[in-house]
Write a protein that binds this ligand. Sequence first.
Ligand code: NAP
Length: 338
Amino acid sequence: MNYLTITGLRHLRMPMIGLGTWRAPPEEVQNSVLQALDIGYRHIDTAFNYNNEEAIGLAIEKWLEMGKGSREDLFITTKLPHIGNRSKDVEQFLKLSLNRLKLDYVDLYLIHMPFAFQMNESTMTPLQNPDGTFVLDLETDNVATWAAMEEQVRNGYVKAIGLSNFNAEQIANIYQHSTIKPSVLQVEMHAYCQQTQLIKDCRLMNISLTAYAPLGSPGAQMHFSKKYNYNLANYPDILGQPVVGRIAEKHRKTNGQILLRHLLQKDVSVIPKSTNSERLKENFNVLNFTLDDGDMEDLNNLDKGEDGRIFDFKFFAGVEKHPEYPFQNLLRKTEELA
Ligand SMILES: NC(=O)c1ccc[n+]([C@@H]2O[C@H](COP(=O)([O-])OP(=O)(O)OC[C@H]3O[C@@H](n4cnc5c(N)ncnc54)[C@H](OP(=O)(O)O)[C@@H]3O)[C@@H](O)[C@H]2O)c1
């Protein structure tokens, strides 16, 4: 297993390959986590919003009970949801996640998104207006939320804290106004959206990167359209990209393995999701070959920059009006084209 050393109150080792669990239903994910742990995964990525923390907690509990390893061998990440993104709610949501995961601490706690919605207190879901738009919390103060995140490190409930879906300016603001600096940034990253400048910016602040949707999140389009009635035009098939296929043939690897290896060779950790036992193995088996400079260059050339972004979060209807919506540049581009 390869690790990234992440900084925080103290140094920690984060396994470079983790198991993603978004859209992994509870009835499947418990078994998948156990299978993944048997394969050798030690890093599991979940979130309050994924509604599967309990099942993951049961799997971890079982694995520990079977004597297959100790808590210290694991690296568990979860996230503060968009409905709890305010300083007074951090402890409540973290404790809820810990309770569901049956853990005393998580290794990494991330602010899931820089924007926030008002919460329906009884269902713990975002409030929506009659027209379907989400009720924005316009008081969002990420520096204050961050201070509450730091408090949880001091309380011992988390080892490291970080950000997800923040843009460079938002990250720099937290960096400048914090005592415990962000350890990790988790953002969309794959061959079509390589985040080259953001990686450089983060490296200057000693922030490690985790790539979500490293395979291009096949299947997310169906989810967006079913759950939110939101269709992304020209949803990309990154796994089916011919250059990726050619490099896979050359190395006798699968297209998925090439996409993951490309990110790993840039010192980015990856969290591919799978609940399929063969693909779990395939995605973990990416440390026994190396892409050469030519392969890396060909894959780097697939980058479409902002045009390659899949997750613009506009399936949360009205989110782009939130003052902390991170992708204002996307909006400007749409306006220019209109
Ligand atoms: N911070 C955030 O806002 C955020 C947003 C999105 C995702 N994430 C995290 O990042 C993780 C990964 O992102 P993601 O789940 O969106 O996308 P992904 O990992 O790029 O793709 C997962 C999809 O690809 C399929 N798959 C897995 N391995 C494959 C392979 N080797 N070949 C072909 N298909 C394969 C999976 O289906 P099977 O299960 O059937 O294999 C699943 O449908 C998430 O699960 C979540 O933990 C975070």
